[in-house]
Design a protein around this ligand. Structure first.
Ligand code: 5BU
Length: 263
């Protein structure tokens, strides 16, 4: 679907493009039912803090994104707590693992170890950098479980080494594996005859960036660039903020910008 933002199709109209992947259709159904394209990035280091955040923002999100390798007290009970909240509030889980190794290694990292990511995370992501083997390795584990993969095609950080050529190679890799790769982490809709979801980090209503290279844009800007899901972390849980209030504010901004960008 090689669309500019002005030709954006609704999520409902695009659902059939993803009927081969249950994680993607579940995400789309959640977006449509709850009228939210907000993913909250829960970059906190204690299980209890993440679960409390997920419970507070749950009504306003379609997806919760984790970095489980930063959790000090990771356990199976954290995973079951997160799964219960995902059920209670109807959201999907995205472990932002950013795999970046050979197929054999990522297969083990995805299925095994302390985190056993494939057993609980509907979505995960990978760098295309090592070549196609990274996708085939992850797919062997994730596809039988109904999981989905996002390829990193662009990043929000200043000075990133992603070139236009690299981004188009990422799209080509995704096109070869549409049964498992359902979208990208990117900053805008990418040109392809096929439909892919675009999830976009680096979104904040108040700040322009941080002191370590993060660069922010507003929900309005990213939706005008054809992105589908806004990923927001510190904009929602930074000290002094009420996460439920902020999540509603970002949900309203993201969904309003989506409606404005519809054809
Ligand atoms: P923030 O607090 O909204 O800046 O958090 C952004 C999150 O998105 C954080 O978990 C990052 O690891 C993640 N991220 C990003 O910021 N930029 C990128 O290009 C990619 C991921 Br890929």
């Amino acid at each position: 679907m090689n669309t500019s933002s002005k030709q954006r199709l609704s999520f409902q109209a695009r659902r059939s493009h993803f009927s081969h992947n249950i994680a993607a259709t579940t995400l789309i159904d959640t977006i449509v039912t709850k009228e939210t394209n907000l993913c909250v990035s829960a970059d906190l280091t204690k299980s209890s803090e993440i679960l409390a955040l997920a419970d507070a923002v749950g009504p306003f999100i379609c997806m919760l994104k984790t970095h489980v390798d930063i959790i000090e007290d990771f356990s199976d009970s954290f995973v079951s707590g997160l799964q219960s909240l995902a059920k209670k509030h109807n959201f999907v889980i995205f472990e932002d693992r950013k795999f970046a190794d050979i197929g054999n290694t990522v297969q083990l990292q995805y299925s095994s170890g302390v985190h056993r990511i494939a057993s609980w995370s509907h979505f995960t992501n990978a760098h295309p950098l090592p070549g196609e083997g990274i996708v085939t390795g992850l797919k062997a584990v994730g596809k039988p479980l109904g999981r989905a993969l996002l390829l990193l095609a662009q990043m929000s950080s200043a000075g990133s080494l992603f070139t236009a050529e690299y981004t188009s190679q990422a799209v080509a890799m995704a096109e070869k594996h549409r049964d498992f790769v359902v979208g990208f982490i990117a900053q805008k809709r990418l040109s392809s005859p096929h439909d892919f979801l675009v999830l976009t980090p680096g979104v904040n209503l108040a700040e322009a960036g941080d002191d370590m290279g993060q660069q922010y844009r507003t929900p309005k800007t990213v939706m005008a660039d054809g992105c589908d899901v806004i990923i927001v972390g510190r904009g929602i849980y930074a000290p002094g903020r009420d996460p439920a209030v902020e999540a509603k504010r970002y949900r309203d901004a993201g969904w309003g910008a989506y409606l404005d960008s519809l054809a």
